[in-house]
Write a protein that binds this ligand. Structure first.
Ligand SMILES: [Zn+2]
Length: 363
C-alpha cells in the first residue's frame, strides 16, 4: 500500500476517466458543518479545518466510506480576499486533512478554489488571478492530485481561474454554479463549457445552486455545446442535495428558505439513485454532490452504479439495496417495503399540510 501522501500506485483522475471509470465525488461541507455547529452562515468560510479538524476529518471519512473517490480540500472561500491572514494556514491544513483521509482508501485529493468576492466589484484580471495563484501555491506545495475551480457564476472569472490552475501542471476540473439559463451575463451553458475547455480544463460541468434534475438539464446543454464545437472533455456534475424546480437564474440562494429552512427539499437516497443513473446515461463519469449532499447520498450513487463499477462501498455493509434490509422486520407491512417497486415509486409526504410545494424566489 502506498504511504499516505504518496499515492504511488494510485491512478490519477484523467487515467480513471480516460479508461471509462466512474469517479464518485464528495458532498456537502459548509452547509453540513453549519448544522453541526462548526461553520458560520453568511461568511461561509472554512476555518473549521484549523479550529475543529476532527469535525472536518470525520466528514471526509464518512464520504470516503460512502464511496467517494475524491477528497476535495475544504477550501471554499479560503482565499485572501475572504479570510485575510488566516487563509494560508487554512489551505495548508485542509490539504493535510484531505490527504490523510484519502490515504485510507481509493481516493484522490483535489485542491479547490472558488469565485472571488472581488469580481463583482471590479473585474481586474491581474488582481483576481493573484488571489487564485496564492491558493494554488499551497496546493502545489502540498502536492494535491488535481485541482478544481468550482462555484463560478461568471464564465469570464472561471476562465481566469482555469488559466491560473493550469500553471501547476496538474489536471484541471472546472464547474460553474449555473442553471439552464446560463451565467450571470447570459452566457449559455454550452458556451461556458466551450470557454472552459478552450482555457485548458479537462473536466467541465456544474456544481451547487440547483438540484439534481435541474443540474442535469444544464449538463445536457453543456454537452451539446461541446459537441457542436467539436471539443472533447470529461463531464462532471455535483448538484445540490435539495430539489429546486422553482428556482430562477440565481438558484437556491434566492429561495426564501435559504439557508436555514431547506430541509423539506432534501432529496431522498432514491432520488439520488435516479440522478446517478441519468447522469451516467448522459455520459457523465464524474458524479458527486454539493450543498445538502450527505454521505448517504454519495452511497446512493455508488449503489446505483455498482453494476457498472463492480463493487460496493464500505458503507453498504449497513444498507441492503432497495430496502432489502427490511425483510428481517417483524411487522409484515414494514417487511412489504423491502422491494425496489416500493421505494422507486413512492411519492414521499412532507408532513407539512399548510406548506406549498414550491416557493417564489426573492430575486
Ligand atoms: Zn454548494
Amino acid at each position: 500500500m502506498a504511504a499516505a501522501g504518496v499515492p504511488g500506485d494510485r491512478k490519477g483522475i484523467l487515467e480513471r476517466l480516460d479508461s471509462g471509470e466512474v469517479v464518485i465525488g464528495d458532498g456537502s461541507f459548509l452547509i453540513t458543518l453549519e448544522k453541526r455547529g462548526y461553520v458560520k452562515a453568511g461568511r461561509w468560510t472554512p476555518e473549521a479545518v484549523v479550529e475543529h479538524p476532527n469535525a472536518v476529518r470525520q466528514l471526509h471519512m464518512e464520504f470516503l466510506r460512502a464511496g467517494s473517490n475524491v477528497m476535495q480540500t475544504f477550501t471554499f472561500s479560503a482565499s485572501e480576499d475572504n479570510m485575510e491572514s488566516k487563509w494560508e494556514d487554512v489551505n495548508a491544513a485542509a490539504c493535510d486533512l484531505a490527504r490523510e483521509v484519502a490515504g485510507k482508501g481509493d481516493a484522490l485529493v483535489a485542491g479547490g478554489i472558488s469565485q472571488t468576492s472581488v469580481y463583482k466589484h471590479h473585474k481586474d484580471e491581474a488582481t483576481i488571478k493573484k488571489i487564485f495563484r496564492l491558493q494554488l501555491e499551497v496546493f502545489a506545495r502540498k502536492n494535491v492530485d488535481f485541482v478544481i475551480a468550482e462555484y463560478f457564476e461568471h464564465a469570464e472569472e472561471a476562465v481566469w481561474a482555469v488559466e491560473v490552475l493550469k500553471e501547476a501542471g496538474k489536471p484541471v476540473a472546472a464547474t460553474m454554479c449555473i442553471g439552464p439559463e446560463g451565467d450571470m451575463h447570459d452566457v449559455p451553458p454550452g458556451e461556458c463549457a466551450v470557454k472552459l475547455v478552450k482555457a485548458g480544463a479537462s473536466i467541465v460541468g456544474v456544481n451547487c445552486r440547483f438540484g439534481p434534475s435541474t443540474s442535469l438539464r444544464t449538463m445536457k446543454l453543456m454537452k451539446e455545446g461541446l459537441q457542436a464545437a467539436g471539443l472533447k472533455a470529461h463531464l462532471i456534475v455535483q448538484s445540490l442535495g435539495f430539489h429546486t424546480p422553482d428556482c430562477g437564474k440565481g438558484g437556491f440562494l434566492d429561495l426564501p428558505e435559504y439557508p436555514f429552512a431547506l430541509e423539506p427539499r432534501v432529496a431522498t437516497r432514491w432520488d439520488i439513485q435516479k440522478y446517478a443513473r441519468e447522469a451516467y446515461n448522459l455520459g457523465i463519469r464524474y458524479i458527486g454532490g454539493c450543498c445538502g449532499f450527505e454521505p448517504y447520498h454519495i452511497r446512493a450513487i455508488a449503489e446505483e452504479l455498482a453494476p457498472e463499477r463492480g463493487f460496493l462501498p464500505p458503507a453498504s455493509e449497513k444498507h441492503g439495496s432497495w430496502g432489502s434490509g427490511l425483510d428481517m422486520h417483524t411487522k409484515p407491512w414494514i417487511r412489504a417495503r423491502a422491494r425496489r417497486e416500493h421505494w422507486e415509486n413512492l411519492l414521499p409526504a412532507s408532513g407539512r399540510p399548510f406548506c406549498p410545494s414550491l416557493s417564489k424566489p426573492d430575486a
